[in-house]
Design a protein around this ligand. Structure first.
Ligand SMILES: C[S@@+](CC[C@H](N)C(=O)[O-])C[C@H]1O[C@@H](n2cnc3c(N)ncnc32)[C@H](O)[C@@H]1O
Length: 200
């Protein structure tokens, strides 16, 4: 795929997000994940890790509907959105897990999403290792909150630790798939891991 085409695609999703009222181009990645893997259902409770500026939370809310619950958390503050609860916090801190639990009020979580990304240093292997670290941290949240048979979606940057991380997910989930949505830039090293049916 040429650079020109990649730029066109990037611009296409950017314009589409503006026109359709989504806060990020990445919204379309989650839409494509849902269309292919059906991770949400109406009425689900969803925790969205690394939620700023809120593009994934918007999509999750559309799928879970008025009876569903979406809780987004990020290091950065997020401007409010109707029907979504945002928390500012670092998911590697125990206090953030407690803050999520407080909002949940003992409800089980049906889906955990993680689109978290570290600050990019430009040093490929370091960025990859940090991304895997964040993904592993998101598993701590999964272990604390996800109900049996719940689903999990996680972004990671590709690199030599990826296979080990993906293998470890089979301990937790019955189905583990790798997926690159067409809304991802072809030049990007990101990949999404879609996991279904948490064994708990
Ligand atoms: C690619 S953005 C997420 C975009 C979002 N899914 C959307 O559609 O709007 C990645 C986010 O991960 C967040 N992040 C990185 N490390 C984090 C941490 N330890 N705790 C919480 N959020 C974190 C960053 O602040 C950043 O906003």
């Amino acid at each position: 795929m040429t650079r020109w085409y990649q730029e066109k695609k990037r611009e296409h999703y950017y314009k589409l997000a503006k026109r359709e009222g989504y806060r990020a181009r990445s919204s379309y990645k989650l839409k494509q994940i849902q269309q292919r893997f059906h991770v949400f259902e109406e009425g689900n409770v969803v925790v969205d890790l690394g939620a700023a500026p809120g593009g994934w939370s918007q999509i999750a809310k559309e799928y879970v509907g008025v009876d569903g619950v979406v809780i987004g958390i990020d290091l950065q503050s997020i401007a409010p959105l109707d029907g979504i609860c945002f928390i500012q916090g670092d998911i590697t801190k125990h206090s953030s897990l407690e803050a999520i639990k407080e909002v949940l009020q003992k409800r089980d979580v049906d889906v955990v999403l993680s689109d978290m990304a570290p600050n990019i240093s430009g040093q490929y292997s370091m960025d990859h290792a940090k991304s895997i670290f964040l993904a592993e941290q998101s598993i701590t949240i999964v272990e604390s909150l996800l109900r049996k048979n719940g689903n999990y979606v996680c972004k990671v940057f590709m690199g030599d630790l990826l296979d080990g991380f993906v293998d470890s997910l089979y301990t937790y989930f019955s189905i583990v798939k790798r997926f690159t949505p067409s809304a991802s830039r072809k030049s990007s090293s990101e990949i999404y891991i879609i996991c279904k049916y948490y064994k708990n």
